[in-house]
Design a binder for this molecule. Structure first.
Ligand SMILES: [Zn+2]
Length: 133
């Protein structure tokens, strides 16, 4: 039996957003006849899979607010680059698809308030990483 995945509208929109962004990134960075190229297609497939298998399903938070980091580091890095590049270009090319909050996850890894901040306070704040804009 074939199990078909039915995406709800939000998930579908998220997938479309990622797809559009990968295309923007690819056409600007890779000289390939096909857009997206193999490499980008690979990233895209991966991202789509992660979104489809998101454990939160209908209640899926935006990835920015998600507590589960489901992307493997290798893909996470790639998706991050795609988002950073395509994000600012999305608003005019695909105004309907633009979700800025979706981007937030991929922009600078958040410096969370460290739970045991007190312990670190004396250590010259060496491990505080400034957020790059
Ligand atoms: Zn590409």
């Amino acid at each position: 039996m074939k199990k078909s995945i039915t995406r709800n509208r939000r998930i579908e929109r998220e997938v479309k957003t990622v797809r559009a962004m990968v295309k923007i990134f690819c056409s600007a960075h890779h000289q390939s006849n096909a857009v997206p190229c193999q490499e980008c297609l690979d990233v895209l497939r991966y991202a789509e899979k992660r979104i489809d298998f998101c454990p939160f399903l209908e209640n899926k938070p935006t990835c920015a607010n998600c507590t589960v980091h489901c992307f493997k580091p290798h893909y996470r890095q790639k998706v991050k680059r795609v988002m950073a590049f395509a994000g600012p270009r999305m608003s005019y090319r695909h105004p309907l698809l633009t979700f800025f909050h979706f981007l937030d996850k991929f922009r600078a890894a958040p410096t969370r308030p460290v739970r045991n901040a007190n312990k670190d306070r004396n250590s010259n704040s060496g491990d505080r990483v400034p957020i790059k804009q």
